[in-house]
Write a protein that binds this ligand. Structure first.
Ligand code: FES
Ligand code: FES
Length: 161
């Protein structure tokens, strides 16, 4: 076991992890941040997406040790400390961008990264960006609507379900 230090949601944290410990396991098991989900063991589903130094990453594909001194943002860090949802979370709620909610943390983190890179994405750009996030419930339609809304764009332009 080795000591690992990083900043998670703006707070300095130190924990112990083996060299093989995945970032997602460090966050969930080590820090109790269970909002980051594990939906596969093949790096395909995107339920585990967090931001590391501002970039969206699948936290099941990184070792915790690779995040020494990094800034990590998880779904728990998206709402403000008073509990108000971030604009992208609010848009998911307003546009029914979730059903069971299992994929939602990863979807929200990917969407937030997309809007940082591209504040006004087209529907096609949103769908392409979310290729690494799998949802088994929604058909993606309302997720795309939510992201369009969060970017201040019309949502009526996308095809009806
Ligand atoms: S748990 Fe990371 S991609 Fe599925
Ligand atoms: S809302 Fe159920 S998997 Fe996406």
């Amino acid at each position: 076991m080795a000591k690992i230090s990083m900043r998670v949601n703006g707070q300095a944290v130190t924990g112990e992890a083996e060299g093989r410990t995945l970032l997602v396991d460090f966050l969930r098991g080590g820090l109790g941040l269970t909002g980051t989900h594990v939906g596969c063991d093949t790096s395909q589903c995107g339920a585990c997406v967090v931001h590391v130094n501002g970039a969206a990453v699948k936290s099941c594909t990184m070792f915790a040790a690779e995040c020494e001194d990094a800034d990590v943002l998880t779904i728990e860090g998206m709402a403000d400390p008073g509990g108000a949802l971030s604009p992208i979370q609010q848009a998911f709620q307003d546009h029914h961008g979730l059903q069971c909610g299992f994929c939602t943390p990863g979807m929200v983190m990917s969407a937030a990264a997309l809007l940082q890179e591209n504040p006004k994405p087209t529907e096609a750009e949103i769908r392409t960006y979310l290729e690494g996030n799998i949802c088994r419930c929604t058909g993606y339609h309302n997720i795309v609507k939510a992201i369009l809304a969060a970017s201040g764009q019309e949502t009526e332009t996308i095809a009806a379900e």
